[in-house]
Write a protein that binds this ligand. Sequence first.
Ligand code: PEP
Ligand code: MG
Length: 328
Amino acid sequence: REASYARLRDVEPFTRDGERIEVMMNAGLRDDVAMLQVTGADGIGLYRTEFQFLVSAQLPQRERQARLYRDVLDTAGRKTVIFRTVDIGGDKSLPYLRSDVAKEDENPAMGWRALRLALEREGLMKVQARALLEGAAGRDLNVMFPMVSEPWEFDAAKEVFTSQIAFLKQHKHPLPNAIRYGVMLEVPSLAETLDLLLPRLSFVSIGTNDLTQFLFAADRANPMLAERYDWLSPSILRFLRRVVQSCVGYKIDLGVCGEMGGRRLEALALLGIGIRRLSITPASVGRIKELVRKVDTREITEAMSGWLANPPEDLRAELQAWAEAREI
Ligand code: PEP
Ligand code: MG
């Protein structure tokens, strides 16, 4: 295992036709960040800040949050890190953060979680914003908001940062050099209004874990449904392709940060609909970089557009055969 990491660490993910694909990794614990060097990933496309909250017995104080963010950036060095603000609530509920609604959420994934919770627990969001701004002082800060369902939620979340920036400026505290804001696209409704938001964003990251559970109305944690729907389905791929197309013409970094991108055929399909940035589990980084080097994006784009126009009965089987014929 170690040997294969070492062998693939320095593989540069250029496709056969010379496109540089960004292969980033997902992280959530401080120690995960060391995997950047081990895997040679381009950066951290999703840092799940809620992990610190989940392993703490109480709400982590601002200094502790800021220290973590600073440590993460120190370890990452020149590589990009995208911090996602807390995605807690729902099934990741915290004993020290009770909902006003006494009753448990019946549909936790669709419940009071992530930005929905953070915007109402304003203190929590303010503290995290301050901690991120302080932790990234003198550096670049990339902030991503989870579960944005309508554009105003992005604006409200950004406003929390804007007012903290004003406060820090007023008190002459150091600030990040540059701040970039982006959203996770994981609630289907946002795809319909994404064009309204794009001019205000620096990046969009598609969270295929939640997105697919919402598209299929199929709980991602229910083992009875785990095999029922395939990521390589025309519904998902057509949906994602429309998102890619809606970003054309905007200066926007678009990527996928769900588990889908770490799987061989799925990654191939994503390249075929125009995705050029993946953020995946560290263990998959080497394999996906290797795969990228065998792909001609023009070929896979043409194949995918044929399959999505006239979906074959078994898209997975078609893609598998296509890949095998090219020794991918
Ligand atoms: C996703 O929903 O695809 C995602 C990357 O976020 P999480 O798995 O943390 O919900
Ligand atoms: Mg998600």
